[in-house]
Ligand binder design. Structure first.
Ligand code: ATP
Length: 885
């Protein structure tokens, strides 16, 4: 970008970019999209499909299978060699498809959480996805926005921008629309420019876009870094490590089995090698890692359909372990549909219906309400734009036929100090009867401290202690009804000048307007559900303590014996005092975003996994600090969405609880799928080990085990991953995040169920062996093991018996079972396939024996489950209350 560019006037910039103040036309924007491409940074090096395909052959399994193929070839079983290579190829194709699918689903989640930009096109204000912004667009920025392109400032209202992603400087910098001296061109000095990737921390601005995508300063840095992203979740990494460790152990056991066969049982070397290879193929859980990825990806898709967009797969695992949810009040627990209720001015409390515009104090109150707010309503269309608190104010004007836009154009805004939840005030400067007047609205406690005067119909009087306590008492009684109360004041200034927050002082207090923001009806149920699931809900709000407590009581967060704490009280507490009181504090009121970090920290010190909501710019650090940072999709700033790991597209508290339940369900499903896969593998290992020790012929050819592990086992494993949430999930406390997924009780189940299946399989093997044919024995063992594992898919759907889970609640498990049976039947009975898979013909009796033996382990496991169901007794069937599709 040239040096002179920064020194051009805004008009020159517009001329150069052929942009009028009414913005680009749609046609021009479209043609520029073609010229400049989408406004996107290319994200590092993406793996090509070919590379992904080749990577599938990097596996230990491939080495072992190649050995198996060579042995088969040497033993004259060339068909087997072909099958093994065909299976390897198929496995690589499936692996590649899965990878590409998982990438796509992550991409679509990313697209759902990508920022939007407000632009002016064809003279109208539009919200468009950031990718569609083109050079020449007029971009409107305000506090909380993520700057999505580089641009030159045309109009500036106290804009402050954090450019740390570019300069590393964490302090926000002031920006201006003025040109700068030509020698100052270092990035941080370009005060009339904004850069893609920076965050607007304060104020507003209108900007003309100068470059997009890779043409931006951030794009240049990104192309230098060109990094690939780390995609594995902790669970995936720990399972990969487990698989690697298992492979080493199995290889050692294989060597021992080989030695035993050669030296003790005096088996020929090729046969002994076949034993060792069969054992290795039986033991390696090839499908494990990809099944976990599939289940996680499907889970996030389902959550997205239920309004919770997960930005990071890691979050799914932490979600299931959440034990504290810290939630904002306004808009999350409440409806954020403010409706004006009572007003207080000139010492009188009246309802909004009795608003009296002939009363000077009440008229002034409405004047301030209309001028010191940004909301607009369109009576005819019945729509309103802006902060609901301000919409409520504009509605009062509407009820008197006063159009805020006409009124505002009669008293133009000359300067402003935007609302900020730290200051809890908003001020605008206007000329009222030719006198520059600062009009301010905000929280009563802040305003009252700064008011030295009070406006009455008898004139402006000094604020006395008596008046002050009358106002405080009125505020308390309104707050006790759960109403949100805003205070209004003004002060005259000697002239029109730039404002600073020091100007917000020495006010003339005018009055109060209260509004109702009813709780969302679903909040009560969600809080109760969370409580049942051992999850503590805490309200954190910028609102008044009494209002907050009243609402917290209504939704069930605040109970007898609980405490509500204000930000200032929190400041006065030491960490030790906070730790001691923490379990009893259910409401934090009048807190600023910095307090949220302290609250998260305190809960985390107690070993809890914390979810924290936030919508403002300053909430970003707390969202990052929490285990699950939750941003609001509708009202949240782009900065908060950027910092969060989950975005609620409906801003609803109930969605957080739903997501936690889904997180628990996904984790439970993954655990069940692991149990299924590993118990099946254990059965295979035990059979091969037993046959080797008893000097029996090898029970399975490698193709048999490959067929089971890669085909028939994958179907029920995926079906288990799609098991719906159950009410029982809410009856359990949150999972201990430190406990490994493969804990003692899971290992016990894997081994015992594997043993049962192995016994049935070896029984079938003996039945075949009696006929004197090793091939028939192997066929019976293979068919029984495959079918037993298909039946076992039903056992692993959940802890309860199938009678409680019910067949129909997971139709995928039925489809997986019948699909697997069809595949097995094809291999056993289709001429040609049966020679490739080395299977002998079976008589009807033998088929009957296989079915009975394969069903036996499931029968035993189900009987045990029925008995334990009876012992536990509770009703656990039916869907979890909130996670219904
Ligand atoms: P939550 O933190 O639960 O989302 P909140 O909206 O009350 O709720 P803030 O937005 O931080 O929290 O507001 C804090 C206080 O600032 C409010 O209680 C109110 O008194 C005041 N306030 C809110 N909105 C405005 C506004 N648009 N202009 C002036 N003051 C406001």
């Amino acid at each position: 970008m040239s040096e002179t560019f920064f020194n051009r006037s805004a008009q020159e910039t517009l001329d150069e970019l052929h942009t009028s103040p009414s913005g680009l036309s749609t046609a021009e924007a479209e043609s520029r999209t073609k010229t400049f491409g989408p406004n996107k940074l290319s994200e590092g090096r993406k793996k090509s499909v070919a590379v992904v395909f080749l990577e599938q052959f990097k596996d230990l399994l491939v080495v072992i299978l190649t050995i198996a193929a060579i042995i088969s070839l040497l033993s004259g079983e060339s068909e087997s060699t072909i099958v093994i290579f065909a299976v390897l190829l198929l496995n690589a194709v499936l692996g590649t498809v899965q990878y590409v699918k998982a990438e796509k689903s992550l991409e679509s989640l990313k697209a759902m959480s990508s920022p939007v930009a407000r632009v002016i096109r064809d003279g109208a204000r539009l919200e468009i996805p950031s990718q569609e912004v083109v050079p020449g667009d007029i971009l409107l920025l305000e506090a909380g926005d993520l700057v999505v392109a580089d641009g030159r400032i045309l109009e500036n209202f106290s804009l402050k921008v954090n450019e740390s992603s570019l300069t590393g400087e964490s302090e926000s910098v002031d920006k201006t629309a003025d040109a700068i001296p030509s020698e100052k061109v270092a990035l941080g000095d370009q005060i009339n420019m904004v850069f893609s990737g920076s965050l607007v921390t304060y104020g507003r601005a209108t900007v003309v876009v100068t470059s997009t995508g890779m043409g931006t300063e951030l794009g240049k840095i990104a192309s230098l870094m060109n990094q690939t992203q780390q995609r594995k979740t902790p669970l995936q990494t720990s399972l990969d490590n487990f698989s690697k460790k298992l492979a080493v152990i199995i290889l050692a056991v294989c060597v021992v089995v080989f030695m035993l066969s050669v030296f003790r049982s005096h088996m020929p070397v090729l046969d002994s090698l076949m034993f060792a290879v069969a054992l290795a193929v039986a033991a390696i859980p090839e499908a494990l890692s990809s099944i976990v990825t599939i289940v996680l990806a499907m889970g996030t898709q389902k959550m997205a359909r239920q309004n919770a967009v997960i930005k990071d797969l890691k979050a799914v695992e932490s979600l299931g372990a959440v034990s504290v949810i810290c939630s904002d009040k306004t808009g999350t627990l409440t409806q954020n549909r403010m409706c004006p209720q009572k007003i207080y001015a000139d010492g009188r409390l009246t309802s909004c219906e009795d608003y009296d515009l002939t009363n000077d104090a009440q008229r002034l109150l409405l004047k301030i309400a209309l001028l010191a707010s940004d909301a607009t309503t369109d009576e005819n269309a019945g729509t309103s734009i802006g902060d609901p608190t301000e919409v409520a104010l504009v509605q009062i004007g509407d009820s008197f036929g006063i159009e805020e836009s006409t009124y505002r154009s009669q008293h133009p805004r000359l300067r402003e100090l935007p609302f900020d939840s730290d200051r809890k005030l908003m001020s605008t400067l206007h000329e009222l009867e030719k006198v520059p007047t600062l009009l301010t609205k905000g929280a009563l406690d802040v305003m009252l401290e700064r008011s030295n005067w009070i406006y009455t119909t008898d004139g402006i009087l000094p604020m006395t202690d008596e008046k002050r306590s009358e106002i405080i008492n009125t505020n308390r009684s309104l707050s006790e009804e759960g109403l949100r109360v805003l205070a209004f004041a003004y002060r005259e200034l000697p002239g029109v000048r730039d404002l600073s927050i020091e100007d917000e002082n020495d006010f003339v207090f005018v009055g109060l307007i209260s509004m109702i923001d009813p709780p969302r009806p679903e909040s009560v149920q969600a809080v109760a559900d969370a409580k049942r699931g051992g999850i503590r809900t805490v309200m954190i709000t910028g609102d008044h303590k009494i209002t907050a407590t009243a609402i917290a009581r209504q939704v069930g967060i605040f109970e007898d014996g609980d405490i509500a704490v204000e930000g200032v009280e929190l400041d006065a507490m030491t960490d030790a005092e906070l730790d001691e009181k923490l379990p009893r504090i259910s409401v934090y009121a009048r807190v600023s975003p910095e307090h949220k970090i302290r609250i998260v920290d305190a809960w985390q010190r107690q070993g809890r996994i914390v979810s924290m909501t936030g919508d403002g710019v300053n909430d970003a650090p707390a969202l990052k600090k929490a285990d699950i940072g939750v941003a609001m999709g509708i009202t949240g700033t782009e900065v908060s969405k950027d910092a969060a790991s989950m975005i609620l597209t409906d801003d609803n508290f109930a969605t957080i609880v739903k997501a936690v339940i889904n997180g628990r369900n996904i984790y439970a499903n993954i655990k069940n799928a692991i149990q299924f896969l590993l118990s099946g593998n254990t059965a295979g290992i035990l059979c091969v080990l037993y046959a080797s020790l008893m000097a029996l012929p090898v029970p399975f050819a490698p193709v048999h085990l490959l067929f089971i592990n890669l085909l028939t086992d994958s179907l029920p494993a995926i079906a288990i991953g799609m098991e719906p949430s159950r009410r029982g999930l809410l009856n359990q406390p949150p999972r201990n995040p430190k406990e490994p997924i493969l804990n003692g009780s899971l290992l016990k189940r894997i081994v015992s169920q594997g043993l049962l299946i192995a016994v049935a399989t070896m029984a079938a093997f003996y039945l075949g062996h009696q006929t004197g044919s090793a091939m028939l024995a192997s066929t019976m063992a293979f068919a029984t093991l495959t079918l037993a594992r298909l039946f076992h898919g039903f056992n692993c759907r959940g802890d309860e018996s199938i009678f409680r889970l019910k067949f129909g609640t997971n139709k995928y498990s039925l489809m997986a079972f019948f699909g697997g049976v069809l595949l097995l039947a094809a291999v056993l009975f289709i001429p040609g396939l049966n020679t490739l898979f080395l299977v002998a013909p079976l008589s009807m009796t033998q088929i009957g024996q296989i079915i009975l033996l394969a069903f036996l382990p499931t029968l035993i496991i189900q009987i045990v489950k029925v008995i334990t169901d009876r012992q536990h007794g509770s009703v656990v069937t039916g869907k979890a209350t909130l996670s219904d599709d």
